[in-house]
Design a protein around this ligand. Structure first.
Ligand SMILES: Cc1cc2nc3c(=O)[nH]c(=O)nc-3n(C[C@H](O)[C@H](O)[C@H](O)COP(=O)(O)O)c2cc1C
Length: 395
């Protein structure tokens, strides 16, 4: 999601993870956000304001009584201009101060003065994190509407393992996008999206699959989330990072995908089938690894269940048609055969488009004569165009 026109306050506090905030600042700037950094005294022991000044191209606020600052009455003017305040990393200390409503530094004062959402990403030693006082402070902040991302569990700077690791940057950016998109045109809508290529086992180590990477389905899931939807992503194995704030169901086979869609889609407003579901699976799965004994091997394949044909319910149905010839005619026939509301046709022979690529060139076909041919676009932009049409069909 582009963050163009959004103003984000990035609060950096005195955690060993403070250096990771530089990467976060850079990612937010790449998405075109205006990033105003506020650093605590302790944060400046870990990383220089110059880093954030250089990455964001904007002054860094380091003190309440900084006469050289361009912001008039800083703690108020910064707070008023913010679309969201993000404190990452957030120390046990700042969490305690915020929970008690302290205003003894510029970061706390800004949080107290803002009416925008506040997101915190705690990072600390496992014992500090698990301490009842910190847990109570976090509960207090959550009950007051603060959004808490992480911490992750894993190896900590102290050498111990447990919860306390700074959350992944993609989780923090995902959460920011979700918060900023909360009131979008898909707010209060539940969208189910399928993604990836199913895997049909031959024996314990081999399977039949296809070239789907899951990128189109994952882009749809993130785009729907960033427009306020509640998103369920039913995914075949994929190397992509799980989109933050999305309910994820991992499946392997077409049969498992069918069962998941059958259980979940009837409760949703729309089902978007971006997955490449196997049409055939081996009739039986060998119990042991098949040995290289003969000069040839014949596999007996049988049909898998057709998901769109079999899942009943009153929701908007969107299918994909990957075609190598007669794109629009074949896709339109599939739309009618499966009683879809929309079908997204893509020509898999087109250069730089389709399976595995970052871009896609599609035609969005509706019932009747409706047809929208899009140029080659990043999958995220294609996703938003598809969702524009889905939003128009939702009650
Ligand atoms: C090397 C070092 C690493 C630290 N890492 C953390 C940390 O990851 N999380 C944390 O809550 N405090 C950490 N602290 C303690 C904080 O820096 C300290 O509580 C400080 O007062 C926090 O101030 P601030 O919240 O105003 O930034 C660390 C201290 C040192 C010396």
């Amino acid at each position: 999601m582009t963050l163009s026109g959004k103003t984000i306050i990035l609060g950096v506090t005195g955690s060993i993870a403070a250096y990771k905030a530089a990467e976060l600042a850079s990612r937010l700037v790449q998405r075109e956000a205006n990033v105003n950094t506020i650093m605590t005294e302790a944060a400046m022991r870990f990383i220089s304001p110059l880093t954030f000044r250089s990455l964001t191209g904007r002054p860094v606020v380091t003190g309440m009584f900084d006469l050289n600052s361009e912001f008039s009455i800083e703690h108020v003017s910064l707070a008023e201009a913010a679309d969201i305040v993000v404190i990452a990393p957030a120390t046990a200390n700042i969490i305690a101060k915020l929970a008690s409503g302290l205003a003894d530094d510029i970061l706390c004062s800004t949080v107290l003065a803002t009416k925008s959402s506040v997101l915190i990403a705690p990072a600390m030693n496992v014992n500090m994190y698990e301490n009842r006082i910190t847990q109570n402070n976090l509960s207090e902040l959550k009950s007051r509407g603060f959004i808490v991302v992480g911490p992750d569990t894993g190896r900590l700077a102290s050498g111990e393992a447990g919860p306390g690791r700074f959350a992944g940057i993609s989780d923090i950016t995902g959460s920011i996008c979700q918060v900023l998109g909360r009131k979008g045109d898909l707010a209060h809508k539940h969208i189910v999206i399928t993604a990836g290529g199913t895997q049909e086992s031959i024996d314990p180590v081999r399977y039949i699959s296809n070239r789907s990477s899951g990128k189109m389905g994952y882009a749809l899931a993130e785009a729907a989330r960033d427009r306020g939807a509640e998103v369920t992503l039913i995914t075949a194995p994929s190397s992509l990072i799980k989109p933050y704030g999305v309910e994820l169901y991992s499946i392997n086979t077409a049969q498992e995908m069918y069962q998941a869609v059958r259980d979940i889609a009837p409760r949703a407003g729309a089902l978007i089938m971006a997955a490449a579901v196997a049409d055939y699976r081996p009739a039986s799965v060998a119990k042991d690894k098949i040995k290289k004994a003969n000069s040839s091997l014949t596999l007996n394949l049988v049909n898998t269940p057709d998901i769109l044909d079999n899942v009943k319910g009153d929701f908007v149905r969107v299918g994909f048609a990957a075609e190598s010839e007669h794109l629009v005619e074949n896709a339109r026939a599939k739309l009618q055969r499966k009683n879809l509301d929309l079908i997204i046709a893509n020509d898999i022979t087109a250069e730089g488009s389709g399976f595995g690529a970052d871009n896609n060139e599609v035609v969005i076909i509706g019932r009747g004569d409706a047809k929208n041919k899009l140029p080659l676009l990043p999958k995220r932009e294609v996703a938003d165009k598809i969702l524009d049409e889905v939003a128009a069909l939702l009650p």
